[in-house]
Design a protein around this ligand. Structure first.
Ligand SMILES: Cc1cc2nc3c(=O)[nH]c(=O)nc-3n(C[C@H](O)[C@H](O)[C@H](O)COP(=O)(O)O)c2cc1C
Length: 372
């Protein structure tokens, strides 16, 4: 058997685990509690090194250009993700680290070279999260009016094809399309080991999902119910097979893990209900409902608490047995990976590492770090 490669994050873990959103102030929790995440470089570096040692498989940042307001200006301070990833790749050994870009805001020739540089620094551990756009608030700041929803993905297809060619082709190439007129395009060096970085997309609308399955290696889909999630994974994988490729499907959420179920639920109530930054939550939900097609209007009413607790992601809350059981369920539903936030990544990761990871190893969902 060949050793797991780049798109398997160089390990045999059945369920990959990633930390999500640590580059932003408050991470993914719109809360006013004083221990909320600072998003500082020092804390990012510390948590990345802790996660790397613990065997966490990847880190996924959020490409964010302005905050969501409220008392905390939720996610108002964020580290730029490609430079963030490059700095972390230089100081970690094992895990993969993504950079997130909004295609309409970066020229693909500049972007492709940034990605290669990050990838060489990380010796093949850089991954790209390609966002085709949703949040007009941010685009307005750049003076960019977004295209009509589905055309964003047509633009993204051309954008990514330029990046892919720069990564893989030595001969100069041209691309003339509705969106680009680039000629004699060349780019050296190539990605680490001559293998291109993995690419992910998280568009959840039908056209976004089709874009992700067709053009990317990893597709993130919304998860609200594990049984429904299993059907979504199967459908996406089947569509991938129709296109002659393997698509790896991931989900995102948040984890609150405490010694007892009661303590976990109490903490969830404390940070995401009693001390939520509701103004920020409502603003975020309004923008998301207006500009993205990922969720139905009913979703925002039903899951307002999840938007406070973890940006609308899937809740994994409880004692170590419960948290492990839930992650095993997600693995059994066919998900390739799960990325998640904590309120304070640095304070909460050690307990998760010591209590949950060994349970996942015992269940055969992950390998012991020494065996990877
Ligand atoms: C795991 C995940 C990561 C995402 N990362 C970002 C991001 O960093 N920046 C951003 O603006 N949008 C991000 N998004 C939003 C999506 O990329 C996508 O643009 C949005 O869901 C709207 O697409 P749709 O209308 O096609 O569903 C992310 C979504 C998910 C689920």
């Amino acid at each position: 058997m060949t050793a797991p490669g780049r798109y398997d994050l160089y390990n045999g873990n059945r369920l990959k685990l990633g930390l999500f959103g640590a580059n932003c102030s408050s991470g993914r929790a719109a809360t006013m509690v004083p221990e909320r995440w600072s998003g500082s470089w020092e804390e990012n570096l510390a948590v990345a090194q802790l996660a790397d040692e613990a065997g966490i498989d990847f880190m996924l940042p959020i490409g964010r250009w302005r905050g969501y307001g409220g008392a905390t200006n939720f996610e108002g301070a964020s580290l730029e993700t490609i430079t963030w990833a490059t700095g972390l790749l230089a100081q970690t050994k094992r895990m993969s680290i993504f950079g997130t870009v909004h295609a309409p805001m970066y020229h693909p020739i500049v972007a492709a070279k940034q990605f290669v540089t990050a990838d060489l620094v990380g010796r093949g551990r850089f991954g790209l999260n390609l966002v085709c756009g949703w949040n007009q608030d941010e685009f307005t700041m750049f003076g960019v009016q977004q295209r009509e929803h589905d055309l964003r993905y047509a633009y993204g297809t051309d954008w990514l094809s330029i990046v892919m060619k720069l990564w893989t082709q030595s001969e100069p190439f041209d691309l003339q399309s509705e969106y680009f007129d680039v000629r004699g395009v060349v780019g050296e060096p190539k990605p680490y080991g001559g293998v291109r970085p993995m690419v992910m997309n998280a568009g959840a609308s039908p056209v976004g999902r089709e874009f992700g399955i067709t053009n990317c290696d990893l597709l993130f889909i919304p998860l609200h119910d594990v049984a429904v999630g299993a059907q979504d994974v199967a459908a996406a994988e089947a569509r991938g097979r129709e296109l002659g490729k393997r698509i790896r499907v991931c989900a995102n959420g948040f984890i609150v893990c405490r010694p007892t179920q009661h303590e976990a639920e109490e903490y969830l109530q404390y940070y995401s209900q009693d001390h939520a930054d509701w103004e920020a939550v409502d603003h975020l939900m309004t923008l998301n409902g207006f500009y993205s097609r990922s969720h139905t209007p009913e979703h925002f009413v039903q899951y307002r608490n999840r938007w406070a607790a973890g940006h609308g992601g899937y809740p994994v809350v409880g004692d170590p047995d419960t948290v492990a059981r839930e992650l095993i369920r997600i693995a059994e539903a066919g998900f390739f990976g799960f990325c998640f936030s904590f309120v304070n990544y640095l304070e909460e990761l050690p307990f998760f590492r010591d209590e949950v990871l060994p349970r996942l190893v015992a269940a055969g969902v992950r390998a012991d770090i020494e065996e990877n």
